[in-house]
Design a protein around this ligand. Structure first.
Ligand code: WTA
Length: 648
């Protein structure tokens, strides 16, 4: 087959799973999930082993997902303590700072145990108990890892808010989760610039309960305001705290973390992951998808503010006793060779990043890659959005030098770990395809017009999953009904991913992108409804509709149609003002790329905005707008086309 890439015989010989093993194990995993996961559950340490394995229902109105439910464990003990006999002096985390002139740090498992314990003891001293929520708003520094593991150690539920989010977004998450404590830092250095995290937290806390405590990591040492009685110097408290903290026995189904993510409607959804099933799945996918072996150095470039950082910087690697790289910086600082410099410096063996990063580096030339010795690399990974074949080929040729398998991993915040992905020694890759399902995952393709399951191998439609896997989310924080409606309401009996896909004649899956009102900007999920509500909160904006459009680097860009209040002049200053407004309302990642002034929006007679038309105009593809006869006023479409912003 042309356009198909297979791992070398040498890679396959060493791989955890080869082609024959994949076929056999996959068949077993879907034929008898109970038996399959009963055995796989043993990859982690249990305090009390489980007798029940799977108790799950996708039936709308009765959706319930439980795995290993009568087992007990502690996630922090699994990520640290259980490695102490063999790996106390092995590096657990390599921390690479934003500025390459600052020395990197190698944190051993023994040090990780001590630092995590100290932080856990500080949290306990503040009255944080099992089940309490702790919001983490930190840069990519070791304290972020300690904080996650310290929460897990004492049974507190962490909720990380990406450091690029605004004070408003932070306040919403603190309030929605009713957190007792927020952990932040003075500043977050990134790419030589600093984000004032403490100042943002101060602004957020104005909108929160007075009892919320603020633990501050003095990271850059810059001056910040300080509120006595509320703000606490975390490093100082850790120095005073006891160096060991016993871990708490947790039920398999006790929540481990909440992670807020964008949905197609309204406010962000608090995705809840629990302890046992999540850890089994994160550990297993980390080992098998990335073919991780003892002695490897694994680098996932994501931020811990996203699910990728949770599962593949912290929980999966550490559960496996791995060495994991944590990078504070950006790919282009101080120059466009930074990723490759770090790979060479730490002899990285598996490198996992997003297509948007590859596309932006591609444009800057191959000399940045060629400067560095990448001979340690054995495998490359991609996540967050479809990878276009050009980017795949560039990654393969210039970074992997044609000898590293590429795993294009399709998954979501909701899924905890990889759903569809090549297993590098088992499944030949086709550039742009996430290939085949992971063990236990049963993808089905449905026809969106009639919800029928497509039985033909070669087909196209929406992607659903027919049965549960251990890493699946359990509910939305405080809103189980919304959970059922969002994921199980539309296609009864199935988990709906929100993505479209194509299945080719070889049974390979090709994800075609979101079919709901979620757009994917540089691999970050953004609900168009969130951007719209930020825009209409501006006093000069009457109405707004936001859609995605193809963007060379970001994958999708944010295109906002804005109707101004009567009498307000549309000026370029106002455009800048609205961009800045969205940055402060949500964060820089939500800033519209293009704003079009829209005197009117295309609406049906019942007042529903016809987004299909707006998407077409934003895509600069207005020749085939389809049926516009149901519009209340078809002339608005002509006006929008005439003044469209994307003519590329
Ligand atoms: C998209 C990130 C194509 C998809 C782990 C999904 C992908 C959303 C891929 C989830 C991939 C993620 N190929 N599309 N390999 N990986 N996506 O929750 O649209 O931030 O629904 O999780 O990203 O984004 P999230």
């Amino acid at each position: 087959m042309s356009g198909v890439y297979e791992a070398s015989a040498e890679f396959v010989a060493r791989a955890h799973v080869d082609a024959a093993a994949y076929e056999k194990m996959y068949a077993a995993s879907v034929a008898d999930p109970e038996a399959f996961w009963r055995e796989e559950g043993q990859r982690i340490d249990w305090i009390k082993s489980y007798t029940k394995v799977k108790d799950t229902s996708f039936e709308f109105g009765k959706v319930s997902i439980k795995w290993f439910e009568d087992g007990t464990l502690n996630v922090s003990a699994n990520c640290i303590d259980r490695h102490m006999s063999r790996r106390a002096n092995q590096t657990a985390i390599i921390w690479e700072p934003d500025d390459p002139k600052t020395p990197a740090r190698h944190i051993t498992y023994a040090e990780l145990l001590e630092e995590t314990s100290r932080m856990a003891n500080v949290l306990k001293s503040l009255g944080v108990e099992k089940g309490d929520r702790v919001v983490i708003y930190l840069p990519m520094i070791p304290e972020a890892a300690y904080a996650m593991l310290a929460c897990a150690r004492i049974g507190a539920i962490h909720s990380i808010v990406f450091a690029g989010f605004s004070p408003d977004a932070l306040a919403n998450r603190i309030n929605d989760s009713k957190a007792k404590v927020v952990i932040t830092a003075d500043h977050a250095p990134r790419g030589g610039k600093k984000t004032p995290l403490k100042a943002n937290t101060d602004a957020a806390l104005l909108h929160c309960d007075d009892h919320v405590k603020c633990l501050v990591v003095k990271h850059t040492g810059d001056q910040t305001t300080w509120i006595e009685g509320r703000d606490i110097d975390l490093k100082q408290q850790m120095a005073w705290a006891k160096p060991y903290c016993p871990y708490t026995e947790m039920g398999a189904e006790d929540p481990l973390f909440i992670l807020y993510t964008s949905g197609s409607t309204g406010k962000p959804k608090g995705v809840v992951h629990t302890s046992g099933g999540y850890l089994v799945y994160a550990a297993m996918t980390h080992q098998i998808t990335f073919d991780y072996h003892d002695g490897d150095v694994f680098w996932c470039t994501a931020d811990v503010g996203w699910v990728t950082g949770h599962s593949y910087i912290i929980y999966g690697p550490l559960a496996n006793g791995a060495t994991t790289v944590m990078f504070e910086g950006v790919p282009t600082f101080p120059d466009a060779g930074r990723f490759w410099e770090v790979c060479a410096k730490h002899k990285v063996t598996q490198f996992y990043t997003a297509p948007t990063a590859i596309r932006s580096l591609m444009g800057l030339g191959t000399e940045w890659v060629e400067k560095h010795d990448l001979s340690s690399l054995r495998l490359l990974g991609s996540v967050g959005e479809p990878i276009n074949p050009e980017a795949w080929n560039w990654y393969n040729t210039h970074v992997g030098k044609g000898r590293c398998p590429i795993v294009d991993t399709f998954w979501q915040t909701e899924t905890g770990g990889h759903l569809i992905t090549p297993l590098p020694g088992a499944i030949p890759q086709k550039p742009g395809s996430a290939t085949k399902p992971f063990f236990g995952v049963k993808p089905v393709v449905l026809d969106p017009s009639n919800a029928q399951v497509q039985v033909a191998v070669e087909t196209e439609g929406v992607l659903c999953i027919a049965d549960s896997w251990p890493g699946q989310m359990r509910t939305l924080w405080g809103d189980h009904q919304r959970f059922e409606e969002a994921y199980f309401g539309q296609y009864r009996g199935y988990y709906f991913t929100g993505d479209g896909c194509r299945r080719d004649a070889d049974g390979y899956y090709w994800i075609t992108g979101r079919v709901d009102d979620v757009i994917n900007v540089s691999g970050h999920r953004m609900g168009t409804a969130e951007v719209e509500s930020a825009l209409v909160a501006h006093p000069k904006v009457a109405e707004s509709a936001v859609v995605g459009y193809p963007h060379d680097i970001k994958g999708q860009g944010i295109y906002a149609y804005v109707t101004l209040m009567k009498g307000v002049e549309p000026t370029s200053e106002l455009r800048k003002e609205l961009e800045a407004w969205v940055r402060t309302e949500i964060g820089p990642i939500a800033k519209p790329d293009l704003i079009q002034w829209a005197p009117g929006l295309p609406k049906t007679r019942s007042g529903k905005i016809m987004r299909r038309i707006l998407r077409k105009i934003a895509e600069n593809d207005f020749g085939s707008l389809g049926d516009t006869s149901t519009l209340a006023d078809p002339s608005v479409v002509e006006e929008l086309i005439a003044n469209r912003m994307n003519r590329g």
